[in-house]
Ligand binder design. Sequence first.
Ligand code: FAD
Length: 463
Amino acid sequence: MSDSFDVIVVGSGPGGYVCAIRAAQLGLKVACVEKRGTLGGTCLNIGCIPSKALLQSSEEFEKAKHALKDHGVLIDGLELDLARMQARKSEVVAANTKGVEFLFRKNKVAWLKGTGRITAPGTVDVDGKAYAAKSIVIATGSESVPLPGVVVDEKQIVTSTGALELDKVPGHLVVIGGGVIGLELGSVWRRLGADVTVVEFLDRIVPGMDNEIAGAFQRILQKQGLRFRLGMKVTSASVAENGVRLVVEPAAGGAEETISADIVLVSIGRRPYTSGLGLEDVGVALDDRGRVKVDAHYETNVPGIYAIGDVIAGPMLAHKGEDEGVAVAEILAGQTGHVNYNAIPGVVYTWPEVASVGQTEEELKAGGIAYTVGKFPFSANGRARAMGDIDGFVKILADKTTDRLLGAHVIGPDAGTLIAELTTAIEFGASAEDVARICHAHPTLSEAVKEAALAVEGRALHI
Ligand SMILES: Cc1cc2nc3c(=O)[nH]c(=O)nc-3n(C[C@H](O)[C@H](O)[C@H](O)COP(=O)(O)OP(=O)(O)OC[C@H]3O[C@@H](n4cnc5c(N)ncnc54)[C@H](O)[C@@H]3O)c2cc1C
């Protein structure tokens, strides 16, 4: 293999592998360094894909157990085969990671297997062998944030990685952190039979999500059986053979108490991962949160070294990293790559799903922007009724003067798919009226989007 490339990407997550493929499409000679045994990064191996596989399987189980009766479908002798469910998840992961290998071969991207270290601008060492590149792209991703006093063993005290691998349904699962990953994995194990308690430091779940949506989300999850201990902090955890003893106390101060758990999931966030990459030696600057600092073209303070994905600022989302990967590849090929950070959707894959794009009501208020709200509940949508999925609503925020869409938030069935239309609308600078005038097929869940857009002007038809 040649030792010299136009671009070397370090890390093969959704940021890195997409960047490598796009750069190769544009005629550049590309290599991607990956130390894991398989390609695809956190997302394909221990993140988005395995979690969605288990969310899907556990949702099927829950439907078979509870919801199908209502449809007149009766199942006798329903059982959970957790080993099969986990094996299926691994098959899904393998199909996806092998898919990236295939795409690398198809696009002639060289996979440099091993740990990459940037030894100088234009030089990457991979397990002792030096490679030259005109440009280097750092795409080394993120890792779970540890919690002081709580030592992860990935058996009884786990991160999301261990929570995806449990071979037994825990009697009591305590999730530390009421963010997206904790709520998704908490939902998986609750559906499979665990009692789940979520301990959250703040007095609300999913910080950053529109308040009204977050409140509705919490109520729905509670109805499903999740317990919430908000405004509480975990100060220590001790492991014994029969479980974990957590010490918690009110975040605002007060008497401590103990909670017993079979398994504890620590999911208080993720932090950028740059360990062993040699950034201090080449002088690449980090910000106060350990993220690689980049300019508007994703270039670091060291010319020729770029960074994308979870390792830089912005939402830690696979599709955000992918879009940055495309943008930087196009910039390196002399084009004008660009990412519109106002139009990056975020989805929580519980059921119902929660999806958002653009600004929240709180952000608009803080920015002093006058806005109008249009809302429409799924309980008034024919398709949602036919499905038996009437929890939730669509909420659209539009500029009070221009009617331009500023934000959209959906809690309800298939919200993650419904948000695509509203993301497109925001990307194209559409108004709420534009969305309201589009013909939406009947009966579909997307009619709730149209109705919410109509509601911005106070003229929803079906409520
Ligand atoms: C449980 C879970 C569920 C998630 N679900 C979703 C979801 O549904 N949707 C979503 O958008 N996001 C989700 N995420 C977040 C998503 O996984 C990340 O945003 C995404 O993977 C970031 O991509 P990345 O390319 O920046 O880095 P990563 O995917 O983290 O990949 C970085 C890669 O770099 C490699 N690497 C690091 N250092 C070196 C080195 N020195 N040499 C060689 N290789 C190196 C690592 O081994 C890794 O494979 C989830 C995350 C978790 C943990």
